[in-house]
Design a protein around this ligand. Sequence first.
Ligand code: NDP
Ligand code: DGY
Length: 322
Amino acid sequence: MKVFITRRIPQEGMKILIEATGVCEVSQWDSDEPIPRSELLKGVQGAHGLLCLLSDKIDAEVLDAAGPNLKVISTMSVGFDHLALEEIKKCGIRVGYTPDVLTDATAELTVALLLATARRLPEGVEEVKKGGWSSWKPLWLCGYGLSGSTVGVIGLGRIGMAIAQRLLPFGVKRLLYTGRTAKAHAAEVNGEFVPLDELVSESDFIVVSCSLTPETQGLCDKAFFSKMKKTAVFINSSRGAVVNQEDLYEALSGGQIAAAGLDVTTPEPLPTSHPLLTLKNCVVLPHIGSATYSTRGVMSALTAQNLLGGLQGSDMPSELSF
Ligand code: NDP
Ligand code: DGY
């Protein structure tokens, strides 16, 4: 069976596919850079299996180009907002993804981003390098600490929960969360399920860790930022489109909120001329939540195993139900 892979992936996954001789014949976009759309449409033709990444939009056009052989799409990501699930379902195609294996790495990065943003680490490093460090100064480079604070988590799923678990030992006083439903596991972090408005107005730190859906798209907008405390810090490691970036820029530049840390943006990469990059109180990372060597290796292996399961009509270790 023909398999198309849209990018170079860590060798753990390639090894599994190459060793599956007799099951699949692999072709690949052999680059670290995203596949151009025209090449994706060409490469997927006649494929039985497609291994893709979150930067590949898999919609009706790709499914048409693939044709009727396509049985399985395996994405090397836990997020699946790049997949047109309705169309995929109509074609009877199974979908594999990578939940759990990246939870710890992403939670760790989110905490690092929160601390870096709240305690102004990039600004401090920059001042040291450019000679702005004249002496120890009582009022210089002060930020916000977690001890005694209220943290609000939007989306207490796998990653949201892992973030909460890591933040509590810093002395967080209250842990608020919001989502579609209250979660039994919230008790482990003394989480209080509250309406979004209450979370926004009472939190000192807001962490966005929900999935991107039509409901969460643009959730963090002008009205949202206007309800935040002026001293509050906003962190997003879910998807860029949850945030209205123009409204975020206004909130940051006008002093409506204290600071923001973003691991995800719209678009990705964020153009170097983007206004958010001119702000000292905005820390932007290049979507590196899951970027540890071991996590990417495990994600790659799981993606390959999901693909093989789908090709063979057997169990997939992480099949998306939709
Ligand atoms: P989960 O499915 O476990 O969690 C998603 C959470 O989103 C659920 O708790 C869900 O709550 C919540 N949610 C859905 N709709 C809403 C809503 N309207 N308001 C508030 N919360 C909502 O997924 P993961 O924790 O594994 O991953 C979450 C997301 O993180 C991924 O979808 C991906 O986009 C992003 N991600 C980013 C990474 C990075 O590198 N920065 C790395 C990995 C993931 P409920 O159950 O109540 O609907
Ligand atoms: C995902 O898996 O959805 C992340 O954004 C990248 O690991």
